[in-house]
Design a protein around this ligand. Structure first.
Ligand code: PEP
Ligand code: MG
Length: 325
């Protein structure tokens, strides 16, 4: 399949109307790095750092992590890599950490909650990232931020780590970009100041959808019950997009849905300008995107919503068939 899309690999990710949609890849393992040049990805929109922790049987050391992150940045050759700090808990349990028995792990002590309550590992990781950057630009994003104070506290940890490195006389990153993942509806409805304070927001659609519909992403019985193209979900995303646009906050979408062509097209049509997906999805998404006029897709989405359709999928599918896209 990858070969099928090779012919468009170096063509711009532009819709027929000329709108550019940045297509980035999700990664986490060293084995993902060769995909960076071959997929046509503009950068790494989500680097899941916990994968490196999950494949080991003991906690990695700072120097080891730092060398690893440096290799990722080397492979990216100046392209942006958004390093997401450790996202553990819920479905991701480290074999060498005391498991905690929680009635609802997805709603429990996970991701940034662990990072802020027991900051040792987060601090080590931030230091490793700063050292890996070694004077290059650094992008960090914090997972599962549910309210503004969590972002502020996490950012304060990063600022402290930068200050420590400065005192030690080590090189600081050329630039530091700090973002939050929007994975709970609460963050979308947070005060405007959040949108001003973050350097960027990235929608973690897998978790966001799970919490929006109260449907466990791990539960086969319910995980496909609600359509991502449900008008309520799109309306929520639309207000996030509108507020990001009002404040000039860069926004991306990095859940699995970004890699499904029809979903990606609709996300672009409602205003997402950056999508991050598994590398193999970039070709199919770009292929569809290049054939479509986003304005026409958007009009069909708005009509479907106004008509009271539950999902815009039938209307969009019909448009694609009618136009031969
Ligand atoms: C998400 O929740 O959409 C996301 C990108 O993070 P993960 O799938 O790793 O939870
Ligand atoms: Mg998530």
């Amino acid at each position: 399949a990858q070969e099928r899309y090779a012919s468009i690999r170096d063509l711009p990710a532009e819709a027929k109307c000329g709108t550019h949609v940045g297509l980035h890849m999700n990664a986490g393992l060293m084995a993902d790095l060769p995909s960076l040049p071959t997929s046509g990805a503009e950068g790494v929109g989500l680097f899941r750092t916990e994968l490196q922790f999950l494949i080991r049987n003991q906690m990695p050391r700072r120097a080891e992590l730092s060398a690893l992150y440096a290799r990722v940045m080397d492979a990216a050759k100046g392209r942006r890599v958004a390093f997401r700090t450790l996202d553990i808990g819920s479905d991701k349990v480290l074999p060498y950490m005391k498991p905690n028995d929680e009635p609802n792990p997805a709603l429990g002590w996970r991701a940034i909650r662990v990072g802020l309550d027991k900051p040792g590992v987060l601090r080590m990781q931030l230091q490793a990232l700063i050292r890996a950057a070694n004077g290059r630009p650094l992008t960090v994003m914090f997972p599962f931020i549910a309210q503004l104070s969590e972002f502020r506290d996490a950012r304060a940890e990063l600022d402290k780590a930068l200050e420590r490195e400065r005192i030690l006389g080590r090189p600081l990153p050329e630039t530091v970009e700090v973002g939050a993942m929007l994975e709970t509806p609460s963050l979308g409805f947070s005060p405007d100041v959040l949108y001003e304070e973050v350097d960027f927001l990235s929608v973690g659609g897998n978790d966001l959808k799970q919490f929006f519909f109260a449907a466990d992403r791990e539960n086969e019985r319910v995980r496909r019950r609600y359509d991502t193209l449900n008008v309520s979900f799109l309306r929520f995303l639309q207000q996030v997009i509108d507020r990001c646009n009002a404040y000039g906050t860069p926004l991306s979408f990095c859940g699995e849905d970004a890699g499904r062509p029809v979903e990606a097209l609709c996300l672009a049509a409602i205003g997402f300008r950056t999508l991050s997906m598994r590398p193999a999805s970039i070709g199919p998404v770009k292929h569809l995107l290049r054939r479509c006029h986003l304005g026409e897709v958007r009009a069909v989405i708005e009509e479907a919503a106004a008509r009271g359709d539950q999902s815009v999928r039938p209307a969009v599918t019909e448009l694609l068939a009618r136009e031969g896209w």
